[in-house]
Ligand binder design. Structure first.
Ligand code: AMP
Length: 590
């Protein structure tokens, strides 16, 4: 197998990653990127699970640690590639024994623990479709997603089951099996994952897999409507692998820590799939953010490549630099960040405190893999998301009054350098989503003039670097998590006192934005602190991590002529900006 898709040997590109950016773009082809993967034996297609597991388990890396789990209480569990093969084989055989058909959806509601990784990779090897849910979601987002995704199997813990699934189980019509982890008592209506796993064989041969077959379903949010399920296919692994090498500078001997939760797309594409296809050792940390522990972990685990998010970096930046200096971080050689704007200050802080610049990159659920990046071999341009990966064409399109790309007779127009517009990508790369499940029209509306419209506003400088400006729509980014205001408004409106709600992202120095709700009460209800606290608790119970953090009463919510709440106006008011001045509003996003 060749390790050289762009005209250099592995060691050559390793020491000078993409220093010849233009040359790499010219020489690059997806066919060559595909050569980094093995494919199923006998040319029987391409399967993400096979590339991540089988291929290493049957070769020289079989006894190498694939995943090192750091449990919340300090317990460390290691799975080698060979062990991962056995466990995921059991999971695949278990799906077969339950009568699950390839193509059916398997959901997880789990923290960063071994069962999640085993379920994901076992499902992919089996050719089921895996859909991970963020364990901090409340019952409502969980119900929405399992229902919209026709989930037939759910893997969760007994505790999460009792808290979030049992109360809504009767509403989950498609769900045939709930498998609970651990050795304790299984709640009624569930089966023990361990018992079922023990009853099946630890060997499973991946069947021929069409690269265009659906593999992953990732839910994401838009301005309107409920979350949409972005469909990704097995071929996406070509982009996962290529971008991990080129944007994250990942090599087979690296120790890699991606801090994103696999309940979101970054945690799946880069917290599981991409690094395993390269045969690296990944660190999976069950714990939440803690500055001292994080530094300790970087040092003790000898992490070499670290992929994190601006919110986490901003939280670290609040601590004195001495805290970092107490730890031996000499192994760390590359830091990347994604998910929200990375302040130039964070890049400089990285340089000062860790001796490494932070490399920002950009992508979204729909693109499945990194699209725009600052590269290891080139100087970071602080504040910029970087340049498109080889094989990726990006542009900025002129926008209309609604902030989105201006479409005239189905055509769009690119703008000159340094002019703001909607960021658009040429579709056709392997990790591009293939649809929103059951929502053809929503999918079609994402394209115009041969471009995929990302919903982000950006500009491109004369050197081809892209700069994030803001969102063209009303979605909220809080601590790197994309939250749809409609989903939050709908949940609040189920409270008997609420007539209407408008939800916005309020700028926050650490999380980027927090969810803030403006609520109109039904006649007969009087605003009070008690009611506000009741609404906050109601939101938390239903929505979990995506619940509003602030609620204010507002009996005069602004409306469009068609009767929709004008969130942008709410936002402008909240910021004390001239009402409706969108350009001012957008610069406030930056
Ligand atoms: P998600 O689909 O949840 O991964 O969120 C994708 C969105 O996060 C993008 O459309 C952007 O709005 C935002 N985003 C991702 N990466 C960056 C970045 N490097 N800078 C600014 N915003 C980003």
């Amino acid at each position: 197998m060749s390790w050289d898709p762009i005209g250099k040997t592995e060691t050559q590109w390793a020491s000078a990653n993409l220093t010849d950016y233009e040359g790499a773009r010219r020489k690059f082809t997806w066919e060559q990127a595909r050569e980094y993967l093995s494919g199923l034996p006998g040319g029987q297609g391409l399967n993400i699970g096979y590339e991540a597991v089988d291929r290493h388990a049957s070769g020289p890396r079989r006894d190498k640690v694939a995943i090192r789990f750091l449990g919340a209480g300090g317990a460390v569990t290691e799975l080698t590639y060979a062990m991962l093969y056995q466990l995921t084989s059991r999971f695949a055989n278990l799906l077969a024994s339950l009568g699950v058909q390839p193509g059916e959806r398997v959901f997880s509601l789990l923290g960063r623990e071994p069962d999640l990784y085993v379920a994901a990779l076992g499902t992919l090897r089996y050719q089921g479709v895996f859909s991970p849910l963020f364990a901090a979601f409340g019952p409502e987002p969980v119900r929405q997603r399992i229902t919209a995704g026709d989930g037939v199997v759910l893997v969760t813990t007994p505790r999460l089951y009792e808290a979030k699934i049992a109360p809504i189980r009767h509403l989950l019509a498609s769900l045939r099996h709930v498998l609970v982890t651990g050795q304790g008592k299984t709640p009624p209506g569930t089966s023990s994952l361990d018992d079922l796993m023990a009853a099946v064989a630890d060997h499973f041969t991946v069947a021929p897999t069409d690269p265009q077959q659906m593999a992953l379903l990732h839910f994401t949010s838009g301005t309107t409507g409920m979350p949409k399920g972005a469909v990704h296919v097995h071929e996406a692994v070509v982009a996962h692998n290529m971008t991990a090498r080129l944007a994250l500078d990942l090599h087979p001997d690296d120790i890699f820590w991606c801090t994103a939760d696999p309940g979101w797309v970054t945690g799946m594409s880069y917290g599981i799939i991409a690094p395993l296809t390269l045969g690296v050792t990944i660190i999976a940390d069950a714990g939440e953010f803690d500055a001292r522990r994080w530094y300790q972990q970087l040092a003790e685990q000898r992490v070499t490549v670290w992929y994190t998010a601006p919110t986490a970096l901003r939280m670290l930046m609040r601590h004195p630099p001495e805290l970092a200096k107490e730890h031996d971080l000499s192994r760390l050689r590359f830091i990347a960040s994604v998910g929200e704007p990375l302040n130039p200050e964070a890049v400089a802080w990285g340089q000062r405190t860790l001796g490494l610049a932070v490399h920002d990159n950009w992508w979204q659920t729909e693109t499945g893999a990194i699209m725009i990046s600052n590269f290891a071999g080139l100087e970071v341009r602080p504040g910029s998301m970087g340049r498109p990966l080889p094989g990726i064409d990006a542009t900025i399109l002129e926008r209309g009054e609604d902030g989105r790309a201006l479409i005239i007779d189905g055509q769009v127009r690119p703008v000159p350098s340094n002019v703001d517009g909607e960021l658009a990508l040429r579709p056709g790369f392997p990790s591009m989503f293939r649809g929103y499940l059951h929502e053809e029209q929503r999918y079609e509306k994402c394209f115009a003039g041969g471009w995929y419209l990302t919903g982000d506003l950006a500009r491109c400088d004369e050197d081809g670097y892209f700069w994030f400006v803001g969102r063209a729509d009303d979605v909220i980014k809080s601590a790197g998590h994309l939250i749809g205001p409609f989903e939050v408004e709908s949940a609040l409106m189920e409270h008997p006192a609420v007539a209407e709600a408008g939800v916005i992202g309020k700028p926050d120095p650490v999380a980027g934005e927090i969810v803030k709700a403006f609520v109109t009460l039904r006649t007969g209800n009087v605003p009070s602190d008690e009611l506000r606290l009741d609404l906050l608790a109601f939101g938390r119970r239903r929505l979990g991590a995506v619940a509003p953090r602030e609620i204010v009463f507002d009996q005069n919510l602004p409306h469009t002529r068609s009767g929709k709440v004008m969130r942008r106006l709410l936002k402008a008011r909240d910021l004390g900006l001239p009402e409706g001045d969108l350009s001012t509003l957008e610069s406030a996003h930056e």
